[in-house]
Structure formats: structure tokens, C-alpha cells
Ligand binder design. Sequence first.
Ligand SMILES: Nc1ncnc2c1ncn2[C@@H]1O[C@H](COP(=O)(O)OP(=O)(O)OP(=O)(O)O)[C@@H](O)[C@H]1O
Length: 331
Amino acid sequence: MEKVLEIRDLRVYFDLTEGTVKAVDGVSFDIRRGEILGLVGESGCGKSVTAQSILRILPGSARIVSGEIVFYRNGKTLDLAKLDPEGEEMRDIRGKDISMIFQEPMASFSPVYTVGAQMIEAILLHEKVSKEEARKRVVEMLKKVKIPNAEKVVDMYPFELSGGMLQRCMIAMAMSLNPTLLLADEPTTALDVTIQAQILYLMKELQKEYHSSILLITHDMGVVAQMADRVAVMYLGNIVETAEVFELFKNPLHPYTQALLRSIPKIGIRKTRLDTIKGMVPDPYNLPKGCRFHNRCEKFMKGLCDVKEPPEIEVTPSHKVKCFLYGGEKK
Ligand SMILES: Nc1ncnc2c1ncn2[C@@H]1O[C@H](COP(=O)(O)OP(=O)(O)OP(=O)(O)O)[C@@H](O)[C@H]1O
């Protein structure tokens, strides 16, 4: 299948007074045309930093140390990691070829302009159309994301809309230029369950209609099951497992993936508490030697997992895992 993005051995570090945080540390994966790739993992494992690296919107304290972010654009490849984040090429790609939606819609909208004005501005920035045409497109997009009274909402300020409505506007803005790739960082986490389901359904409908690719960042395995075609599981700056969604749920290989899956509530089984993954998440300034998950792993092999970093094992061409249980050097 045709790729739209290929990340190769990406390392992104934060140099802080307390030490260096290796937020992304040797990450490789690709996103194919028209697919939804779920990027899952607990809080702090580097999902957002990965997305911010693609769009080159990292905070000032972060630096891309090495690696490639190859974007396939108009039949050519472009390494986004090498571009000037403020340069013309990157500004052109941002919003037009790759756009992003965030957990907090207020992060996308300024409170002092109407929703419509901001959406029109985004279109005019990238396309040579008249203001009237852009406005017409915005109203159409708002209708597409099922906003009632779209003609009125276009002239409303963000604070006049509910969280769910604003989230729909953000999706409309992100999709209005028909991007090749949409980065969705916890797009529904802040919403209540019913609205969350509606927004996810809407995203999937739009994705099918526009045939765009989505990198869906979430810590919620339920959202992954509902949305993703393939899944990449991330733990402390590493991708530890990738597989097609059905395969991952049926046959999770990495002990971390298995633990994440055990934490999902199951219909018919009453539990007062969800399973949590045992052990403490290690100090980000001081990552464990060997496999980063070894101090929390139920299948920990002393003298191996705490000594060497496991290689990535290709169990099948579409199922990869970074764990000594499936191969690699023995003691
Ligand atoms: N601006 C920043 N300054 C310093 N460290 C940061 C900054 N942003 C992220 N980090 C660190 O980078 C690591 C990865 O963070 P990231 O936000 O990518 O995780 P995440 O998996 O997206 O988690 P969450 O779901 O909580 O956003 C964490 O250790 C975090 O503390």
C-alpha cells in the first residue's frame, strides 16, 4: 500500500536543567494512504511529541537529534525533519497537506475572532479563492460536520459554542483544505462518552469520504478498536509493537500491549476497579537499561531484558514486536 509518511529512527530530546528527556528515542513507523493508524500508550510516552515533530511545532526546548520524517508529496519525497520549521515549505505543508486537531479545541481557535473568520483565514492562506467563496466553503464544511444552523454558527465566537460543537468546528477547519494527513491528538478525551462516539463516527465518515490518512493518538484502547486500521504501541519513547488492529486485539505479543488490553473494561464483567499496569513509570531523566519496560514486565528475564535493548522482531510481515520473548539474542 502507498505510504504518505515514513518516520525512520526519529530521536527528539528535551534539554532541561534537570537533565535530558529522551521523549522520542528511535521511533520508526509509516502511515499509508487512506488508513487510520492508532498511536497508543500511557501518558508521557511520547505520542504528542511525535505528532509535534511531524508538523514541526515542537516547543523551543525540544530538538530533533536524528532521524527522518519522509513525507510523500506530489510524487516527491520531502524530509520534514530537515526543513526550517518557520520556512515557506513547512508553512505551506502545515494546514494544507498535514493538519492537526487537538484535545482542547481552544488551542486551535483564538477567542477574539469568530469561528468562521478563522476558518476563512486558513483557506485564504493556502488557496487563491475569494472571501465569499471561502465563506461558502466554510458553511458547507460546518454542515458536513453536522453543525445545526451552520449559517449562524459561522459568525459565532468560540466561547458561544459547547465543547462538542467546537470540536466539530475544529475538525471542519482541519478538513477544509482536504489534507493528505490528519494528526488527531486525543481528539475526544475531553468530551463526554456520547459526544465522543458521535465525533469519532464523524471523523471516520469524513476520512472515508476524503480518503485521507489519520494518525490517531489516544491512550484509550476502546477508541483504537473502534477507529484504527493498524496500531503502533508506544512506551517511553519507543514503538514496542505494530500490527493490524484485529491481530493486535486477538494476539497481542508485547507484555506492555497485553497489560494495556487488560485495562479495558469488558461488557458483562463487573469490576469495581480497572486493572492498572503494575510498577512505576520510570523517571524520564533516567531510563532503565535494556528494555524500558523490564521493571514493570511480568515476563522479565534477568540478565537479558535489563542488559540489552531488544531488537524489533518481524513475527509476520505486518506484525512487529520489540521483545526478547520472540527472538533476538539469548543470554
Ligand atoms: N515542553 C516540554 N518540556 C519538557 N518536557 C516535555 C515537554 N513536552 C513533553 N515533554 C516530555 O516528553 C515526554 C513525552 O511527552 P508527550 O507529551 O509526547 O507524551 P504523550 O504520550 O503524548 O502523553 P500525554 O497523553 O500525557 O500527552 C514526557 O516525558 C514529557 O514530560
